[in-house]
Ligand binder design. Sequence first.
Ligand code: NPQ
Ligand code: MG
Length: 369
Amino acid sequence: MRIEAVELHRIAMPLVRPFETSFGRQSARDVLLVHLLGDEGEGWGECVAMEHPLYSSEYVQGCSELIEHYLAPRLLGAPDIAAEGLGELFGGIIGHRMSKAAVEAALLDAQLRAAGLSFGEYLGAARSEVDCGVSVGIARDIPSLLEEVAGYVDEGYRRIKLKIKPGWDLEPVAAVRELIGPQMLLQVDANTAYTAADIEHLGRLDAFDLLLIEQPFVEEDIATHVSLARAIATPVCLDESIVNVDVAVDAIERGATSVVNIKPGRVGGYLEAVRIHDACGELDVPVWCGGMLETGIGRAANVALAALPNFTLPGDTSASKRYFAEDLTEPFELVDGRLAVPTGPGTGVTVRTGLVRDRASRPPVVLAR
Ligand code: NPQ
Ligand code: MG
């Protein structure tokens, strides 16, 4: 379609409880939304970058400027563009995957709405609902952690993921395993907080029958993940390191990762996410859908992606209320530990534009032809 205008909305979304990881503590989600207006209709995309460059090099203000000065001009200059053509249109711009993914999601939403097709149908969903897990932040102490985990188990989550860091690993994991029993799926995420010197220590996690350990070392360091995978029984799963399908295949072939966390924002979009899903499937490597504290806009598309056949492990696709008292769309609610894949055209959700306006942290950036 022909894009007539690009709007960039920045929203402050308070979190229902602060979320602490090895890289810091967040009490609000700073959300950048891309709203595209085209000759065939409109679409919304959510950027997963955080306010500050703590999880990845990208951050909200940088993404907003990158889209404003580099991506939007190319979109607005194209006579006719579809999401499948963005790889070429943005090809000269190096990196900036989260920015590109947000624009791709908005264009996909617009073109699928125009075609009357849902994200799930378009991406290749194989089921109508997805198993959900929940990511649990670093807590003040073990009793408060256990209280939080018990609440999520009561709500029906099918897998618990604990954030860990040096000084907050063996004890909380042991206590949670004791609380939830041997059957419940349990995994940990270090967000790059460890070094090669910690390999022997991380081997002690083998005692807790974990599904996987996610990204213990820095994103560029595939080799130390290979060493860890050889040294311990717990499967190693890369998150931050997996920036595209070639890196995913390389990391798998080198033995650095035997499970892959797929986040569309981190890999440049839903089309690349599907390519990683397909490549992992061919290599018999299971994948699961990560989360970046998305509002209903990003969550809707993630739930559709998580319905593809090789997403065999529960994702960080939690209910809206895990993060937000009031979502930017109709809320996603857990039913028997699962979320329903939206069936309406595009993402299938309706953006509450009044709330987008009310929660704006700055005036929208509006670019037109
Ligand atoms: C992960 N997500 O898997 C990330 C990291 C993460 C659900 O654990 C604000 C915005 C705070 C994005 C904290 C989950 C965040 C964030 C953590 C992403 O590594
Ligand atoms: Mg992670």
